[in-house]
Write a protein that binds this ligand. Structure first.
Ligand SMILES: O=P(O)(O)OC[C@H]1O[C@H](OP(=O)(O)OP(=O)(O)O)[C@H](O)[C@@H]1O
Ligand SMILES: Nc1ncnc2[nH]cnc12
Length: 181
């Protein structure tokens, strides 16, 4: 990073209690991405461990993973591939069901978006239970990509999602952690 002061990104992320339901504290990255220097720092910190890792593709998970994934792909000088919620991608897809901290869902990936053997960095804003990211890893593996790592701005360690990924031998990179739900 340049001479610019290093910011505490945690202070720029807004926390909203009882959203989307009672008991959940929503960690809202909209305040971070609206903060120019904070957003830039987050993108640079997400990409930093991977500058020399010969990444071929960044895969970002809808919707908030697109914001960071697109910027990190640009910084690494590689292509960006979206994983989207069911029914949004127009080409032939592979899909995976998964459980969320607050519900269930299905995500999809274009079958031809990643070539066999390509080195993939998975990106999302936040890891909670790890259900979403784990499904994303499975999709990338299914089309023959090699997951090099998964990177997130926010870790909710009490929900053990990062541990789940590590148990699947995925390297995990996170920038800030919020204890509790
Ligand atoms: O680790 P997990 O328990 O799976 O939760 C993390 C996921 O939940 C949020 O996305 P959400 O499904 O709310 O979608 P959005 O980005 O479209 O708001 C977040 O952006 C992650 O993708
Ligand atoms: N607590 C939380 N805040 C923001 N996004 C989330 N996705 C899953 N859990 C979340």
């Amino acid at each position: 990073m340049s001479e610019a002061a290093v910011m505490d990104l945690k202070k720029i992320i807004r926390s909203i209690p009882d959203y989307p339901k009672t008991g959940i504290i929503f960690r809202d990255i909209s305040t971070l991405i609206a903060h120019g220097p904070g957003f830039r720092q987050a993108v640079r910190q997400l990409a930093a461990p991977f500058l020399d890792q010969k990444i071929d593709k960044v895969v970002g998970i809808e919707a908030r993973g697109f914001i960071f994934g697109g910027a990190v792909a640009d910084l690494l000088g590689v292509g960006f591939v979206p994983i989207r919620k069911q029914g949004k991608l127009p080409g032939e897809v592979v899909g995976q069901d998964y459980e969320l901290e607050y519900g269930t869902d299905r995500i999809e990936l274009h079958k031809d978006a990643i070539q066999p053997g390509e080195r993939v960095l998975l990106l999302d804003d936040l890891i909670a239970t790890g259900g979403t990211a784990s499904a994303g890893v499975d999709l990338v593996n299914h089309v023959g990509g090699e997951i090099i790592a998964a990177a997130f701005v926010i870790d909710l360690p009490d929900l053990r999602g990062a541990d789940l990924l590590r148990e699947k031998d995925v390297q995990v990179h996170t920038l800030v952690a919020f204890e509790g739900l």
